[in-house]
Design a protein around this ligand. Structure first.
Ligand code: THU
Length: 132
């Protein structure tokens, strides 16, 4: 298992994979599975802007395709002075696939970060229990 600091550094490195010619806002993510494997993600934009995929979701979907089902932490690094929080759509996906106890490490463009639990970022969440 790597530290939050190391995961934050990997998220910063993952920014180089971002394809963001429209917003020029490059985001990287590093998701740590329970078995210690780290899966990277980056935002991917296209000419139909609304189809943009955030860094967090590319990381989660890639990890799921890799067979991972349990996760401990995700680091997200953006291009701004603020610590980058996941957008609303990503919060839903992170909550459903990574769980309420996931550590979310939000990194700023100086490499500093703060950490919150997923349940703090998305209280009263909707999940499959409501569909029964
Ligand atoms: N973006 C992310 O990748 N993650 C976030 O949590 C916030 C926003 C991306 C989407 C878009 O490519 C760019 O940042 C500007 O919104």
């Amino acid at each position: 298992m790597i530290t939050n600091k190391e995961l934050a550094e990997l998220a910063v490195k993952a920014k180089s994979k971002s394809i963001a010619p429209y917003s020029n806002f490059h985001v990287g993510a590093a998701l740590q599975a329970k078995d210690g494997k780290v899966i990277l993600g980056a935002n991917i934009e296209n000419a139909s802007y609304g189809l943009t995929m955030c860094a967090e979701r590319t990381a989660v979907f890639s990890a799921l395709l890799d067979g991972k089902r349990e996760f401990v932490s995700i680091a997200i690094a953006g291009d701004s002075e603020q610590y980058l929080p996941p957008c609303g759509a990503c919060r839903q996906i992170l909550m459903e696939f990574c769980g309420k106890d996931l550590d979310v490490i939000m990194v700023n463009n100086n490499g500093a970060y703060i950490t919150l639990k997923m349940f703090e970022l998305l209280p009263h969440s909707f999940d499959e229990e409501f569909l029964k």
